[in-house]
Design a protein around this ligand. Structure first.
Ligand code: NAG
Ligand code: NAG
Ligand code: NAG
Length: 381
């Protein structure tokens, strides 16, 4: 009994103590670089319904800029930086890229899984780092450009959205080599390789975001015909299981990778866990509607995607978990950003009560919170 008590005290305080000891090695981050899909850039919102015109594919401003701020904006604000500009808006000078860049929305191919997007964004990121390093006077300064950078990778959501939109048989047919279960392996390997490639480019701080429970997203709920059951439809389990499989594989790949990348911090943020907490306890966060999108038409507002701000947007987006077919509202993104950022504090861990206390009081990112990864933020703006 005494031993158990001792162990549980040890376990409670050990992570915080370890983090505190490691703190001095991380100077404050000076730039935020983001790679990803529609979770990081409105420019990347590719609707599976094929209702979009080609011009929406081009990297550009959000369809409804005032309606939502995405993860990069929210994290940049926490780091004391302005939102990283989209790569397509830069003028090619190092000055314009010095505080970070959002590479999201740069899609090369139109294949169902769009693995090309990861590679293409990585190439752009490596070129940008080279540009920044060339601008620096000495080799020491040059490596400082990469050392001051925090990279956030957020892929997988669009890939799974497309996969789930196709239905099992079609998805397997569209991906004969790996099928729908194989996608998780493929994508997790690709992301792990991306982290290694960034390491080769001197990047030492990377956060990888997991995929949300899209089995609860309006479009998937509608596809699953949950609208017909009349009552409170629950999430589509098969879809969530696929995504949990991917997230778990990603965690395992990153765990394998860390020992091979000395001096690097590689963080995984469990977006799935955070979203499930919100979906399970919406009232706790001032939310009411967990199933129906804010913007769109039809059952779950999921038969016609969000295309027009005037006619399709709900009156109280802050009450909704989902903004459109697959994307959370800004309120939810802000909660996820807060839970990613927050550092575990010993007091909070000690006073938590109930099963959800870890979500409430510690970061959803491990082994470091994003605040720890960013090395103590610059003064808040
Ligand atoms: C989507 O639209 C484009 C152009 O309108 C068309 O070429 C393409 O075949 C469509 N794709 C699907 C899957 O319907
Ligand atoms: C490029 O953009 C940067 C940052 O916005 C600005 O400071 C610089 O003057 C611009 N350079 C040119 C050549 O337009
Ligand atoms: C996130 O944290 C900020 C700063 O602590 C706070 O002002 C904001 O209300 C939080 N957002 C949500 C949605 O809880």
């Amino acid at each position: 009994m005494a031993l158990l008590l001792f162990l549980s005290i040890l376990l409670r305080f050990a992570p915080a103590a370890a983090a505190a000891a490691a703190e001095p090695s991380r100077p404050p981050a000076t730039a935020l670089f983001v790679l990803g899909d529609s979770t990081v850039s409105c420019a990347a919102s590719i609707l599976p319904l094929n209702l979009t015109t080609p011009s929406l594919y081009a990297a550009g401003p959000c369809l409804f800029p005032s309606a939502r701020r995405l993860l990069p904006d929210l994290l940049a604000a926490k780091m004391g930086l302005s939102s990283p500009p989209l790569i397509s808006t830069l003028n090619g000078t190092a000055a314009a890229a010095a505080r970070g860049v959002n590479f999201g929305g740069q899609y090369g191919d139109r294949g169902i899984f769009r693995m090309g997007a990861v590679g293409q964004q990585l190439r752009l990121a490596a070129e940008t780092l080279q540009l920044l390093q060339l601008e620096e006077g000495t080799p020491q300064d040059a490596s400082a450009a990469a050392a001051g950078a925090v990279f956030v990778l957020s892929f997988g959501t669009d890939a799974y959205a497309r996969l789930l939109a196709h239905g099992p048989a079609e998805a397997d047919a569209a991906a004969p080599k790996h099928g729908r279960r194989g996608l998780g392996r493929l994508l997790a390997n690709r992301i792990a390789r991306a982290v290694s490639e960034l390491y080769e480019a001197d990047v030492r701080r990377v956060a990888v975001m997991g995929v949300a429970p899209l089995g609860c997203a309006p479009r998937v709920m509608w596809e699953g015909r949950r609208a017909l059951d009349g009552g409170r439809g629950s999430c589509v389990e098969e879809a969530n299981e696929l995504i949990e499989g991917y997230n778990a594989r990603l965690v395992a790949r990153l765990d394998e990778l860390r020992p091979q990348l000395p001096g690097a911090d590689v963080v995984f943020c469990d977006v799935y866990k955070g979203m499930m907490e919100i979906i399970s306890n919406p009232g706790r966060y001032g939310l009411e509607e967990t199933r129906e999108a804010c913007c769109g038409l039809g059952p779950f507002k999921a038969t016609v995607a969000c295309l027009s701000k005037e006619e399709m947007v709900c009156s109280a987006p802050e009450r909704h978990v989902w903004w459109d077919l697959y994307s959370p509202t800004e309120t939810v993104d802000a909660l996820i950003a807060n839970w990613s950022w927050r550092s575990p504090s010993p007091q909070a861990v000690g006073t938590g009560s109930g099963d959800d206390s870890d979500v409430m009081t510690t970061s959803i990112c491990s082994p470091l919170s994003l605040q720890q990864l960013a090395g103590g933020s610059l003064p808040p703006v």
